[in-house]
Design a protein. Structure first.
Length: 74
């Protein structure tokens, strides 16, 4: 079950989502975000702010930015 708007969701291991510094977490919760599950050894998940999404087409999310501008999980 998803957390109500404005409430941090409890993630794996008891961490809150989004797992980023508080000012950025507030922004992501306010405008919305996607979390990208980074596969691979020692890879951290990434957060995409809603305003970084260009469009969603045929099951794929197209971004307005590059990977370098995405926020890594803390």
């Amino acid at each position: 079950m998803a957390a109500p708007p404005g409430i941090l969701a409890l993630g794996e291991g008891g961490t809150t989502e989004p797992d980023v510094p508080p000012p950025l977490a507030e922004r992501l919760l306010r405008i919305g975000y996607l979390k990208i599950d980074a596969k691979g050894f020692r890879q951290r998940d990434l957060y995409v702010a809603a305003d970084q999404v260009a469009r969603v087409y045929d099951g794929a999310v197209m971004l307005r930015t590059t990977k370098d501008n995405l926020v890594p999980e803390s």
